[in-house]
Design a protein around this ligand. Structure first.
Ligand SMILES: [Zn+2]
Length: 139
């Protein structure tokens, strides 16, 4: 637990950026509000780890299984050609992966995704539908 961390605090800044979908084995899944990459999610580790190498054995395996599970659900629901995985956290050191569905005719295909393009936002109803469909596949 780190008091300055939005993933630990679940503060308003976090709520402005993402919507909580559900907990998995060792992580929490969020829908990223900015939806330039249709279906984009975040998988955040349950504890305040900074680096992937801080996890070992069962914890590491469980986290990678959670990430994998979300990627599979993305494929099933949104049918991207590729899922990109981003774990940067330079300024927000709480272990989390951005899962970015990429589409051949979509933005940045063949390149690196933009962290927050601030272009595509959905209606509350559309977010709700996505959260429900993702959640139902993850359970
Ligand atoms: Zn944290």
């Amino acid at each position: 637990m780190n008091n300055d961390c939005l993933y630990c605090n679940k503060n308003q800044t976090q709520k402005d950026l993402m919507i909580e979908i559900c907990d998995l084995k060792v992580s929490t899944v969020f829908l990223f509000r900015e939806q330039t990459y249709h279906g984009r999610c975040i998988v955040a580790y349950k504890d305040h780890a900074t680096e992937l190498y801080e996890l070992e054995g069962e914890a590491l395996l469980a986290y990678m299984e959670d990430v994998n599970k979300v990627a599979k659900v993305m494929k099933e629901l949104f049918n991207p050609v590729k899922v990109n995985y981003g774990a940067y956290s330079d300024k927000l050191p709480h272990l989390h992966f951005h899962l970015i569905p990429k589409y051949p005719d979509g933005p940045d295909f063949g390149g690196t995704f933009t962290m927050n393009p601030q272009k595509v936002y959905l209606s509350d109803e559309e977010y709700k539908e996505m959260v429900i469909s993702i959640k139902s596949k993850l359970k």
